[in-house]
Ligand binder design. Structure first.
Ligand SMILES: Cc1cc2nc3c(=O)[nH]c(=O)nc-3n(C[C@H](O)[C@H](O)[C@H](O)COP(=O)(O)OP(=O)(O)OC[C@H]3O[C@@H](n4cnc5c(N)ncnc54)[C@H](O)[C@@H]3O)c2cc1C
Ligand SMILES: *[C@@H]1O[C@H](CO)[C@@H](O)[C@H](O)[C@H]1NC(C)=O
Ligand SMILES: *[C@@H]1O[C@H](CO)[C@@H](O)[C@H](O)[C@H]1NC(C)=O
Ligand SMILES: *[C@@H]1O[C@H](CO)[C@@H](O)[C@H](O)[C@H]1NC(C)=O
Length: 533
């Protein structure tokens, strides 16, 4: 009988029948979004940026409002069969975190669904800027590029970013959202005043430090486990106009990390001159062949990286930026120079460029377009992102950058430190137990060019070796954008927060229907009567 359950939706004069979808059609008759089973909608929702896993949902839902999301989740929650529901932002996960098998994917970003006339399509609420209060309200599926665009109209901008802006607000807030500003402003989850969240029971709740604080903290970095973010209130600052963007090189790792740690310590000294952005990357590949940011080094900065290092050596590039206003353009040279004076890089290796703030923030998109044009964007991405305690970073360098990696990386390797006191300890995100910790990001792309070192097997195995090395060397890393498949591994990941995490799950998503692609919880079937089939 169950397979004959039909969902009937009358929307835009279309009637869609979905065999096997266990929702009472009456529950959804008022839903104003659109549920689609068109393969042109279902296929993209079955995949993500990683291109490593594939799970096909029964249908894709395009909501126009938080109420739409609430109604769909409510219908799934009250369904007499277990029906998973996953929010999908921009699908830029690596390992199927936004996918769901035999459930419904809620497509949160504004992407156009197929087969819908523009004249009848409604869209989620547009960003709304509160200039005086210096914050803005945005739809949970909004992409950061659009958030930036809207805020700039008011001369304002969010403070904390990711390197790449074609990610959704709900997606990055479910992880942390980090970049070169994090040492100073904290991750994106530290720059949110308030959220609207549809919890796993289908209720729409507003939460903040003062209102439903447990839900607020659980959702931030919560890997989509407790609710679907439909609105975020994001903190703003006056937008800088221009950016001086600088790269300098090191062959000595301790000089490199010493300088990075010095630069991020300046946040604690109010009024003191500092860079606004501190990142860095590791160069083991001759000529940055695979580095998608290599365009920085092309003319007017022609340079042969190899002239700075003996063959087979490892180089480290510190990347820093200072924001400024055209009104202070006269002093920027001086300020940058006095900051650089205190650093210990290879003195002949200063590369500087100057650009609009918007172009700086959107820099990775240029590389995306370049890679796309060569067919190198839509390829498998076996990425590995680790938080590493400061006390172990030198050991990690010896064992991994100068050891396991060899001389090919198949993509950029980012490395930069952050201050833990800028992170909310009560959120769901896990960090190492030290006041300063590093992000090390292995952003690999698989290539079918026949080189063994760029094959999926080789790169996946290398990721495993790196994790095993950390384990054996007693380096207590935490995965960022974590991926585990066994509950024991999740328990280890969350450590002493695990019990609290489970308690929040019981409270906000008791049937375990949300974000099942994270593979943290198994279905809670205890309240269903007819599970036997
Ligand atoms: C090219 C590239 C560059 C990146 N750069 C950075 C970077 O600089 N810094 C950084 O921190 N991260 C970075 N990331 C990682 C990125 O932040 C995460 O992959 C993030 O999850 C992607 O956002 P998304 O909107 O595509 O999420 P999705 O992949 O769609 O979803 C991720 C998870 O969040 C859940 N989710 C999605 N929307 C919501 C919502 N509204 N409410 C609740 N849960 C939701 C999903 O169910 C899923 O579990 C990068 C990723 C890529 C591909
Ligand atoms: C924002 O985007 C719109 C539409 O693409 C464009 O016309 C406008 O100039 C952009 N605003 C800014 C500040 O870039
Ligand atoms: C890279 O490493 C491989 C295997 O260790 C070695 O054969 C090769 O010579 C190295 N290439 C360079 C340029 O160092
Ligand atoms: C499973 O669901 C039942 C009924 O909704 C609930 O009482 C119970 O607490 C849930 N268990 C967990 C572990 O969430």
């Amino acid at each position: 009988m169950e397979n004959e359950l039909l969902l009937t939706l009358v929307i835009c004069r279309l009637i869609i029948l979905i065999p096997g979808l266990p929702i009472d059609p009456m529950d959804l008759l008022g839903v104003d979004g659109k549920l689609s089973v068109d393969p042109n909608n279902v296929e993209p929702a079955s995949l993500d940026f990683g291109l490593l896993t594939r799970s096909q949902p029964l249908a894709v839902f395009h909501p126009n409002s938080a109420q739409d999301v609430a109604q769909l989740v409510k219908a799934a929650y009250t369904s007499n069969r277990w029906l998973p529901v996953s929010a999908r932002g921009h699908g830029h996960s690596i390992k199927g975190q936004a996918q769901t098998k035999n459930g419904v994917v809620i497509q949160m970003s504004r992407s156009k669904e197929v087969g819908m006339l523009d004249s009848v399509r409604k869209y989620p609420p547009q960003p709304r800027v509160w200039s005086r209060e210096r914050y803005m309200d945005v739809w949970g599926g909004e992409l950061w590029i659009d958030v930036l665009n809207s805020s700039l109209e008011y001369g304002l901008a969010p403070k904390s970013w990711t390197d790449y802006l074609y990610l959704s607000v709900g997606g990055t807030l479910s992880n942390a959202g980090i970049s070169g500003q994090t040492f100073n402003h904290g991750p994106q989850i530290s720059n949110v005043h308030e959220l609207d969240v549809v919890i796993g029971k289908g209720e729409l709740l507003t939460c903040s430090e003062n209102q439903n604080p447990e839900l607020f903290h659980a959702v931030l970095g919560g890997l989509g486990q407790f609710g679907i973010i439909t609105r975020a209130r994001i903190s703003l600052e006056p937008a800088p106009q221009r950016v001086r963007w600088i790269r300098v090189l090191y062959s000595d790792f301790s000089a490199f990390t010493g300088d990075q740690e010095h630069l991020i310590s300046l946040h604690a000294q109010p009024g003191c001159q500092k860079f606004d952005y501190v990142e860095g990357f590791v160069i083991v590949d001759e000529g940055l062949v695979n580095n998608w940011r290599s365009s920085f080094f092309s003319p007017p900065n022609p340079v042969k990286i190899s002239s700075f290092v003996a063959t087979g050596g490892v180089l480290y590039c510190l990347e820093i930026a200072k924001n400024y206003h055209e009104t202070t353009a006269e002093t920027i040279d001086q300020e940058v120079e006095s900051l650089l004076k205190k650093l210990n890089f290879i003195s002949t290796s200063v590369f500087a460029t100057d650009l609009l703030y918007m172009d700086f923030l959107d820099r990775v998109h240029k590389s995306e377009l370049n890679l796309r044009s060569k067919g190198l964007w839509e390829v498998p991405h076996p990425w590995l992102n680790l938080f590493i305690p400061k006390s172990k970073i030198a050991e990690f360098d010896k064992g991994v950058f100068k050891g396991i990696l060899g001389n090919r990386t198949s993509g950029p390797i980012l490395i930069y430190p952050m201050n833990k006191d800028k992170w909310e300890q009560r959120s769901s995100v896990m960090m190492p137990d030290e006041g300063v910790f590093y992000l090390v990001a292995f952003l690999r792309s698989v290539s079918d060019n026949g080189e063994e070192t760029q094959s999926l097997e080789y790169l996946t195995d290398q990721n495993r070796q790196i994790l095993r090395y950390c384990d054996e060397a007693g380096i207590n890393v935490k995965q960022y954008l974590p991926h585990y498949t066994m509950q024991q591994e999740w328990m280890d990941h969350f450590g002493s927060k695990w019990d609290w995490f489970c308690e929040m799950k019981r409270e906000f998503d008791p049937k375990h229907i949300l974000a099942t692609g994270q593979q943290i919880f198994t279905p809670n079937l205890s309240s269903s009567s007819n599970m036997a089939s």
